[in-house]
Structures are given as structure tokens and as C-alpha cells.
Design a binder for this molecule. Structure first.
Ligand code: ZN
Length: 121
């Protein structure tokens, strides 16, 4: 008879070998999420886990620990730069949409004024 703890450890071994698979599922059969640690010693380190952390204890580091604090800080700074770049990209998209709406408004306004001027003549 196989105990549930040995089943769980066999599953963790299998999951570790397949940790980069996008189809990887946690022990409660949910798609394992990709995340980046934002805390202390493991800042910037990628991991996968259960989308409902309290439902099961499925958790895998995707990359090895960084032993040098310089690399940890560099990885964290790169992660922060990536987040800022995504925010800037969203702001630029909003700005472009706003400019297009403004352009449409100005074109409609000019056409209405032209129509009014044509009626007076
Ligand atoms: Zn789970």
C-alpha cells in the first residue's frame, strides 16, 4: 500500500521534472501558476504554486537560489524595471486611445462648423 505522503513526494519529483510545462497542475488539480518571489532572500526568484495557496501545499522553485546578494539585488531591480515598463506601456496605450478620441471629436466639430457656415451662405 502506498501512503499519501509517498504519493505526494512522487508527485513532487514528477512535477519538478515538468516544472516548466504550461500544463503542470498542482496537487488539487488546478493549473499551477507562475509567480516571482518578492520577499527577502528569494526576491526575484521564479516559482510555481497552487493558485489557491491554502488548498494544497504545491510549491516549486523554477530557478536555483542566487547565492550572491549582488545577483539577488540585480534580479529584483530587473523585475521592478519590467513591472514599470508594463505600466508605461499601459499608459501609452491609454494616451493613444485618448488622442484618437480627441482627433475624432475635432473632426466632427470641424464638419459641424463647416455645415453651419454652408447653411448661412
Ligand atoms: Zn492546489
Amino acid at each position: 500500500m502506498v501512503s499519501s505522503s509517498s504519493h505526494a513526494s512522487l508527485y513532487k519529483i514528477w512535477a519538478s521534472k515538468n516544472r516548466w510545462s504550461k500544463d503542470l497542475r498542482c496537487e488539487c488539480d488546478e493549473p499551477a501558476t507562475f509567480s516571482i518571489s518578492r520577499t527577502g532572500e528569494n526576491s526575484g526568484r521564479k516559482f510555481r504554486g497552487c493558485p489557491y495557496f491554502k488548498k494544497c501545499d504545491f510549491f516549486l522553485w523554477l530557478d536555483p537560489p542566487l547565492l550572491n546578494s549582488h545577483y539577488k539585488e540585480t534580479m529584483w531591480n530587473l523585475y521592478c524595471d519590467l513591472v514599470r515598463a508594463k505600466e508605461v506601456k499601459m499608459l501609452l496605450k491609454a494616451f493613444v486611445v485618448l488622442m484618437v478620441l480627441l482627433l475624432v471629436f475635432v473632426v466632427v466639430l470641424v464638419l459641424m462648423m463647416k455645415k453651419l457656415l454652408d447653411q448661412r451662405i
